[in-house]
Design a protein around this ligand. Structure first.
Ligand SMILES: [Zn+2]
Length: 409
């Protein structure tokens, strides 16, 4: 399947819509020929790629284009290009784990791009390339699918033959929901090594199986610590067997962290949407040049996971129309969100924050999240209302939120 069924379902319209084609018998024969030919051609190119160990798009095109055109007479130039692209895509992420050439099923879904098809939305027909010429086929679908195809920009489509039916899965571009003005301030999210994510509400994510309000993410943390030690041991060993184990571990770890990051970002976006707030996270991109490593960089074990949480939260926020902002990560763990005092002395013990200025005490990650929330409010004001007066500054009480508007009207 060339099209990802992305999770953009919240706003009613799916990002991939299904149409049912109603070809005449001779058209159906032509479509069958197209599907079989395209999949044979892709398998042919795939074997070539495997034999020659050529997997990148450009190089594969140079090596395979003329052979595949010569082998399959009915394959046009554009269909040949698409077959090569499919093969490159199929090997893109899985090359290392493949033990033989990728084979495309004879009736597998065939991707059609703009050069292989054209739409007549008024007549509700689509013209599709086949080896014996284009066929113009009527389509039907559920009302919401037809509405999407009628009104939205259309992307690639997959031609699918399933249980005697011809289907077209069409990628549609959803309109971006407008970002709503955060009316209740920002939800600050602190990413940590001990606690994966802590919000300024005091929630430790992914909850809720926690001993106490901020106790740490028991099993995830211990798993990560164990993996970290195991990894160090295996890296030191450096034998082929050790490297194999490392690869397997990294895949498992990757899946676990990706799952956890989906849970955290879902929670954060839902909570921000429910409470009319924006979302602020620390900008981890901007901290590379610092002399002292940021607390998230001191251990690089899951560096990518922090960036992934940012990416997930950003796109889910955009989908929900929730404001999203990255803020300066400097001293978020040492600054006092109440009085603004910044000093290392505010951190008397690991995980603990006690302000030397005003005595505010709390869990360090929670305090950091409060600082991030405050910076989110300030940053949003700067970005969106350059002439606004009375910016909430870092010196203000963290509980003071911008006036609550009744929304809408
Ligand atoms: Zn203070």
């Amino acid at each position: 399947m060339a099209i990802r069924r992305s999770a953009a379902k919240r706003k009613g319209l799916p990002s991939v819509v299904q149409l049912r084609l109603t070809p005449a018998p001779d058209q159906a024969d032509a479509l069958t020929a197209a599907v079989l030919l395209c999949n044979q051609a892709a398998t042919f190119v795939s074997r070539l790629a495997w034999q020659q160990r050529t997997f990148t798009m450009g190089e594969l095109h140079r090596q395979a284009y003329y052979p595949v055109r010569a082998e399959f007479a009915g394959l046009g130039a554009q269909a040949a290009v698409r077959a090569i692209a499919r093969v490159a895509g199929a090997y893109a992420n899985r090359r290392a784990t493949k033990t033989r050439a990728h084979v495309f099923r004879p009736y597998g879904a065939v991707p059609y791009d703009a050069r292989l098809m054209s739409w007549n939305r008024d007549a509700r027909t689509v013209s599709l390339w086949t080896p014996t010429g284009r066929v113009t086929v009527p389509y039907t679908g559920r009302p919401e699918a037809l509405k999407a195809v009628d009104t939205l920009p259309l992307g690639e489509a997959d031609l699918i033959f399933r249980r005697g039916e011809w289907l077209l899965h069409v990628a549609v571009t959803l309109p971006k929901p407008a970002v709503r003005e955060p009316v209740n301030g920002f939800l600050g999210v602190d990413q940590g090594v001990a606690n994966l994510a802590v919000t300024n509400d005091g929630a430790v994510l992914p909850g809720p199986a926690l001993p106490g309000p901020i106790g740490g993410n028991g099993h995830v943390r211990s798993l990560r610590e164990r993996r970290y030690r195991q990894r160090r041991r295996l890296q030191k060993k450096g034998t082929p067997a050790a490297r194999r184990v490392l690869r397997r571990l990294s895949g498992r770890e990757h899946r676990m962290m990706t799952d956890v990051n989906h849970q955290i970002s879902n929670h954060v976006v839902c909570e921000a949407e429910r409470t009319g707030r924006g979302i602020a996270l620390e900008d981890l991109q901007g901290i590379r040049g610092r002399v002292r490593a940021h607390r998230l960089q001191r251990r690089t074990l899951h560096g990518w996971a922090f960036a992934q949480l940012i990416a997930f939260t950003r796109y889910k926020a955009a989908r929900a129309g929730v404001a999203f902002l990255l803020v300066d990560p400097a001293y978020t763990s040492q600054a006092c969100p109440d009085c603004g005092c910044v000093t290392r002395a505010n951190r008397p013990a690991r995980g603990r924050f006690v302000c030397t200025g005003c005595g505010l005490a709390g869990h360090a990650d929670h305090i950091a999240a409060c600082n991030i929330a405050v910076r989110g409010v300030a940053g949003w004001a700067v970005v969106n209302q350059p002439h606004a007066t009375g910016l909430p500054s870092a010196r203000r009480d963290r509980e003071s939120k911008p006036p609550v508007s009744t929304g809408g009207s």
